[in-house]
Design a protein around this ligand. Structure first.
Ligand code: CA
Length: 366
């Protein structure tokens, strides 16, 4: 009887009122939130700054505007390398950066960005998503009041820009080179003087002679910074960063205050961005490399096997020593290295075997 009376009343007050009364009331205005996101990248820098902006936009779109994310480039709210502290302390809510920039907090962070001779982009995704990596990363970052997640990947990077040829390890002796993370530790081991500069500071340092050489990312990004104007030789492969994961971090108190739905939105937006960015790097790098060589006269060089082997030896020593620095880093390193051993075995008969097959001389396409 009550239901009939209700329907009857609704009919009198109008169909629109009936429709709205029949639907659950969505949670809207009162849950609106603006989050501050700091980055380690120049404003809208291709692939990096733009990825941060897209992550922010995805979160806003997926939440139908309930969550908005305001992006601050390096230096706008805090300097690039202070992004982590800003989120840890709550000055900012989120960051978009690379974990090796925080290795002063714990060397374990390197394993969630890049390890020389370590995992490729697809392999680090496999370790983080399916190999126990995320759980270890959560444990590490929780100690700094941060919830971490993958948000982008550059793919294999280039070995760097030099004004002299690198023919043996001797050529690294006394060389002042910009290289972050464990790659920097490895080059220090073979005699280089290593600095870690944020992206926006590299070109002037190379131009003024404050550094002799640098690595940054790959052809697309390196073309944008114009390194070809101040360095002649462009070396590959980037053994120091074989598939650098870029990361998002959310202040843990902010994270814990979010609904499960909003957490899922932020994570899904990050996962989408992780795929999308790697695809963008892979799509742009080949064309950018051709531009560097054909239009700017850059000389491409491959590190010799002897140089690679010697640096590989140094890298193995560095990773083992770094792991022994504290129990958490050892735990992360053990997991990473166990996964690496399995990944190497699988790649040998999967990706690597296919790439070798594709390189054999036969007529296909042009
Ligand atoms: Ca790099």
């Amino acid at each position: 009887m009550k239901r009939r009376a209700f329907l009857s009343g609704a009919a009198v007050t109008g169909a629109a009122a009936a429709a709205s009364a029949a639907l659950p009331t969505p949670a809207i205005a009162q849950d609106k939130r603006e989050l501050k996101l700091v980055t380690t990248w120049p404003k809208n820098f291709p692939g990096l700054g733009t990825s941060a902006e897209r992550w922010a936009q995805r979160i806003s779109t997926m939440s139908d505007g309930r969550l908005t994310v305001k992006v601050f480039a390096a230096g706008e709210l805090v300097p690039a390398f202070e992004a982590f502290d800003a989120v840890s302390s709550g000055t900012a809510d989120m960051y978009h950066g690379a974990e090796y920039y925080w290795q002063g907090k714990s060397k374990a962070f390197n394993f969630f960005a890049a390890v020389p001779f370590g995992l490729t982009a697809t392999e680090i995704n496999a370790w983080i998503y399916h190999g126990g990596g995320q759980q270890l990363w959560d444990e590490l970052s929780a100690g700094f009041n941060i919830k971490p997640m993958l948000v982008a990947n550059t793919g294999v990077q280039m070995g760097g820009w030099f004004n002299k040829e690198i023919n043996s390890l001797e050529d690294y002796k006394g060389l002042k080179m910009r290289m972050p993370g464990l790659g920097g530790e490895v080059l220090r081991r073979v005699g280089a003087t290593v600095v870690s500069l944020p992206g926006g500071e590299i070109f002037p340092a190379l131009q003024s002679g404050a550094i002799d050489a640098t690595e940054w990312v790959g052809p697309w990004n390196d073309l944008a910074f114009g390194f070809y104007k101040v360095a002649k030789y462009y070396y590959y492969p980037g053994f120091h960063e074989p598939g650098t994961a870029l990361s998002g971090g959310v202040n843990l108190a902010v994270w814990n205050s979010l609904s499960d739905a909003d957490k899922a939105i932020i994570e899904a937006a990050a996962a989408a961005e992780n795929d999308f960015t790697l695809a963008e790097f892979n799509a742009r790098n080949g064309d950018a490399l051709a531009t560097l060589i054909n239009e700017h006269g850059v000389e491409l060089r491959k590190f010799s096997d002897d140089v690679i082997k010697a640096i590989g030896e140094a890298a193995g020593e560095v990773v083992a020593e770094v792991a022994a620095e504290d129990p958490m880093t050892q735990k992360v390193s053990d997991s990473f290295m166990d996964f690496r051993a399995k990944a190497v075995n699988w790649a040998r008969i999967a990706d690597q075997a296919y790439w070798n097959a594709r390189e054999l001389p036969y007529t296909y396409g042009k």
